[in-house]
Design a protein around this ligand. Structure first.
Ligand SMILES: [Zn+2]
Ligand SMILES: [Zn+2]
Length: 334
């Protein structure tokens, strides 16, 4: 089968013909219907320090996946059968560690990452552990199903920011930031402001319901935002984000900066007495239920965010568009 393989410790990937995987015990084999490119995949492609620390080539990449179950290999009691359309949760938890036991499985101490620490779904077939397989609500459009994982990140961020009635500022309007705009609106924010350097994604921000968008934080908004969602992962805008949040406001960090960030902790954090939160992944499975509900009730339409589709064989072209900043979510179809 065709697969996108990170096969060397250097920038780039290779499209390869590899053998079809077999499901191990308590795994499902899926025929991939669609997979979407994530910011993390850009990091893997470019071989950032984060990627270097998390991937041991060769690995089939791609973690935002929807597929049809071809085979279930398990004697355990489970809800899955052949033909089910399922998505994959990226954070493969161990179910035994302290975090798993206290219902924080998304930050498991022994976490394995689908499509990063083990083979993923930029391929014709993929295997997913049963415990991180999500059965989709069939009323949700197929195109939205693979993007539930990033929407889940955004929903988790927005729920931590407790947005109803608040002025919310979203820094970074990449696909997850765009999802955060939509989720903040859906959950009753009074006003949602988007900040993004590129115009293309500012326009997408307006499509997703942002009330105002700016290239950078205007002086009029300094200290005026009740909640600031840092989705850019740009170390150079963190200070701007911390300028935006009001005294005793809420700051949620999500984007992972490519380099160490210098922050004036006294000025921005202690003097302002902020509520500081961070998000790494989706709560299992609360966030997935919230996401499914937002999509099934059409409170969020991901069709606005999915701007491009490519066959898997044109992965390089898709990655080039993704890196240009002139796209929303990009779907790949094997
Ligand atoms: Zn992702
Ligand atoms: Zn664990």
């Amino acid at each position: 089968m065709l697969a996108v393989v990170k096969d060397k410790q250097a920038p780039g990937v290779t499209l390869k013909d590899v053998s079809q995987p077999r499901p191990a015990r308590d795994e499902v084999l899926v025929k991939v219907k669609a997979a979407s490119i994530c910011g993390t995949d850009i990091g893997i492609y470019d071989w950032t320090p984060w990627a270097e620390g998390h991937i041991t080539p060769p690995t089939i990449i791609g973690h935002e996946v929807v597929g049809e179950i071809i085979e279930v290999n398990s004697d355990e009691k489970h809800e899955f059968k052949k033909g089910d359309i399922v998505s994959s949760e990226t954070h493969i938890f161990c179910n035994h560690c302290y975090q798993c036991r206290i219902n924080n499985r998304h930050v498991c101490e022994n976490m394995e990452l689908f499509g990063i620490g083990r083979d993923g779904g930029f391929a014709e077939y993929a295997t997913i552990p049963l415990r991180t397989t999500w059965k989709n609500d069939p009323s949700i459009p197929l195109k939205a199903m693979s993007a539930q994982e990033p929407l889940g990140n955004a929903v988790h961020v927005v729920t931590k920011a407790n947005v109803p009635g608040k002025t919310v500022c979203v820094f970074g309007l990449g696909p997850t930031g765009l999802c955060a705009v939509a989720a903040a609106k859906a959950y009753g924010a009074k006003k949602v402001i988007g900040i993004n350097r590129g115009e293309y994604r500012r326009d997408l921000g307006l499509n997703m319901g942002a009330d105002e968008v700016y290239e950078k934080l205007p002086a009029s908004l300094v200290g005026k935002c009740d909640a600031v969602l840092e989705m850019s992962g740009n170390a150079d805008v963190l200070a701007q984000a911390l300028e935006a949040v009001r005294i005793a406001g809420t700051m949620v960090f999500f984007g992972i900066p490519k380099k160490e960030a210098n922050i004036d902790v006294g000025r921005y954090m202690i003097n302002k007495e902020l509520h500081i939160e961070s998000v790494f992944g989706r709560r299992l499975w609360e966030t997935w239920y919230q996401v499914s509900d937002l999509l099934a009730t059409k409170k969020i339409d991901l069709a606005q965010i999915v701007t491009h589709e490519f066959p898997l064989s044109e992965f390089e072209e898709a990655m080039a568009v993704m890196k240009s900043g002139k796209s929303g979510k990009i779907l790949l179809t094997p």
